[in-house]
Design a protein around this ligand. Structure first.
Ligand code: DGT
Ligand code: CA
Ligand code: CA
Ligand code: ZN
Length: 581
């Protein structure tokens, strides 16, 4: 992960917030915000750009911003930021991070109601005094309270993508300790749960090397403090406040330990109960005969499941959601595999609100080994996202055609696509005459998140050119609850019309529960990154993990199809809906 980019972008964002709180010049505030956005989505390391002297070439970055970036790279902070921080109460600085609470709101609470602390703010929210001020009202106050609740839960648990990148870094660091024979992520992260409490890492090595391994762990560069350091288990807290647990086990117990520490707890309890019924004992050291403690196995995870009489169960579905019963009968479905993914259906470029030009997006996806991608920039009504008019789409098509001439001979295909807005009445933001010209159309809702939006999605699915509903429930983890939606109706019509539903990696929408409902109904899903930077494209893997957690089978995952298969999917819907109209 690009840690410096992230930190710097947070500093710029905070400067903008504070300036807004202080009532500074809107132009200056805007320029800090733009810089923050740009830096957070840069695919390259800001330090590298600086070394290569390319900072001033970034769009919209002026010379005074370049100076601040250099200051940050040299000193680790920006003096202006440190000075500004002192002018706002600490609690209010923190509240600015909560979605739905802007600096302006806090300023009003500060001036009119004397709010200085979190407690003050909660009080004026709850006793109705903020709601009485002009421009507020009970609805707005209710939304702020909801925002605080969501934000608090996101502070407690780590979003999957974030935990995944953090864990990759720790694993990479641990591999430098050469006495390690094998290393794996365990716990909820191996199960690809949407949010992660703490990160669990399991290592196997000869017992004589364990001490060394824990010493190495306790010297992790991103460390804040060591909670516990032992011979078999250590826990550390990282600079970002997140906890990582490390356990060392004997090679002989590797499989059993991996099984045990992957969880879930509910899954493990059920497995052990079944083992007991069969006269066996299962723990983190191995599988044993219950009567005489004879060791039967445990080197490999597969062995553990085989010895208790069941199929090996993929980690993503170990929740005691019915997987154990099926595994006992040998009837687990075959889940979609990570390496079966042939493309990505939803991503943005600098033509709308992405940061990379089409050429860079295409090149990155090609080098990742995809067979095809859909360029899916926003449509015109998304003004803040610089949405495209029909004329601009047609211009983009020309560019895509040119790129296809270069890439098709190499076996890579760029599909003309869009993320067309579903308008408040359920109609689409682009005319059918234009939609017909796309290879693949994603349709999404980006407005009116507080109302039931079932009718909008149903109407969009009835359009013969709409192939995929983007982030169907409108949920954004830690930021926004989904809008009310009749999922049964959506699934039914998706099936009937031949429209796919999206599994959006960063938003975790659809949820695994909803994915499972799609599978049961025979509805096709498509895993997408919705990338706004080429740095996001590799996270497609996490989206596949979410799909697996929803018991997704390859036949119902659009990404497993080759280019012809995808074209067939599009053609079928057009034919079907033309016939019925
Ligand atoms: P998290 O961290 O809250 O997202 O969830 P997990 O599942 O990673 O839970 P964690 O970190 O407390 O423990 C890792 C795994 O270790 C857990 O999935 C199963 C196993 N485990 C921990 N405590 C117990 C226990 O008391 N009984 C059983 N059977 N397994 C446990
Ligand atoms: Ca954990
Ligand atoms: Ca743990
Ligand atoms: Zn979208």
């Amino acid at each position: 992960m690009l840690k410096k980019n992230k930190k710097l972008s947070e500093i710029f964002e905070k400067i903008a917030d504070i300036l807004e709180f202080l009532g500074d010049n809107p132009y200056r505030i805007g320029s800090y915000r733009r810089a923050a956005n740009l830096i957070s989505e840069l695919p390259e390391d800001i330090e590298e750009l600086h070394r290569e002297g390319k900072l001033s070439r970034l769009p919209g970055i002026g010379s005074s911003t370049v100076l601040k970036i250099e200051e940050f790279l040299n000193t680790g902070t920006v003096k202006k930021y440190e000075d500004l921080r002192r002018r706002v109460p600490e609690d209010l600085l923190e509240l600015m991070d909560v979605p739905g609470i802007g600096p302006k709101t806090l300023r009003i609470a500060y001036d009119k109601l004397g709010v200085r602390t979190k407690e003050d703010f909660l009080r004026v929210l709850k006793d109705g005094s903020l709601a009485k001020l002009p421009g507020f009202g009970p609805k707005k106050v209710e939304n702020i309270l909801k925002g605080i609740e969501l934000w608090q839960s996101a502070q407690e648990r780590i979003p999957l993508v974030e935990a995944y990148t953090m864990a990759q870094d720790v694993v990479e660091y641990m591999r430098k300790e050469k006495s390690i024979k094998d290393i794996s992520i365990a716990g909820s992260l191996r199960r690809m749960k949407e949010t992660i409490g703490d990160i669990d890492i399991l290592v196997t090595a000869d017992r004589k090397d364990w001490r060394k391994i824990h010493e190495h762990f306790a010297k992790y560069p991103e460390l804040n403090k060591v909670l516990a350091k032992g011979e078999t288990k250590s826990s550390i807290v990282l600079k970002n406040g997140r906890q990582v647990d490390l356990r060392t086990v004997e090679p002989k117990s590797w499989g059993s330990a991996l099984q045990y520490f992957t969880g879930s707890k509910e899954h493990n309890i059920r497995v052990r109960d079944i083992a007991k019924e069969k006269g066996l004992k299962v723990n983190e050291y191995g599988v044993f005969r219950a009567d005489n403690d004879e060791w039967l196995g445990g080197e490999k995870e597969e062995e553990v499941y085989r010895l208790v009489g069941m199929q090996w169960i993929p980690p993503e579905i170990r929740e005691n959601w019915g997987e154990i019963e099926l595994a006992l009968e040998g009837k687990l479905p075959r889940l979609v595999e990570y390496d079966e993914i042939k493309g990505d259906f939803h991503m943005h470029t600098s033509w709308s609100d992405g940061i990379n030009p089409v050429e860079e997006v295409v090149d990155t996806a090609y080098r990742m080994g995809h067979e095809y991608i859909v360029i899916g920039d926003h449509s015109q009504s998304a003004r803040v996202a610089n949405g495209l008019t029909p004329e601009r789409y047609e211009k983009q098509w020309k560019l895509i055609e040119k790129l296809n001439e270069i890439y098709n001979p190499k076996g890579f295909y760029i599909l003309k696509g869009c993320e067309v807005d579903i308008l408040p009445d359920g109609s689409l933001d682009l005319p059918d005459s234009l939609l017909e010209g796309f290879d693949f159309v994603v349709a999404s809702i980006h407005s009116r998140f507080n109302q039931d939006n079932t009718y909008r999605i149903l109407k969009a699915m009835e359009n013969p050119y709409v192939n995929l509903i983007g982030h169907p429930t409108g949920k954004a983890y830690g930021q926004r609850e989904g809008y009310p939606l009749d999922m049964d109706k959506v699934i039914e019509l998706a099936k009937e019309t031949g429209t796919a539903l999206e599994v959006n990696t960063f938003r975790v929408d659809l949820s695994p529960e909803n994915i499972r409902r799609c599978m049961e109904a025979g509805v096709t899903i498509a895993v997408v990154t919705d990338a706004h930077s080429v740095a996001h494209l590799p996270y497609i893997r996490i989206g596949v993990g979410i799909a697996r957690r929803g018991w997704a089978v390859p036949e119902l995952v659009l990404n497993t199809r080759n280019l012809e298969g995808v074209r067939e999917f599009v053609k079928e819907k057009r034919k079907k809906l033309a016939r019925s109209q």
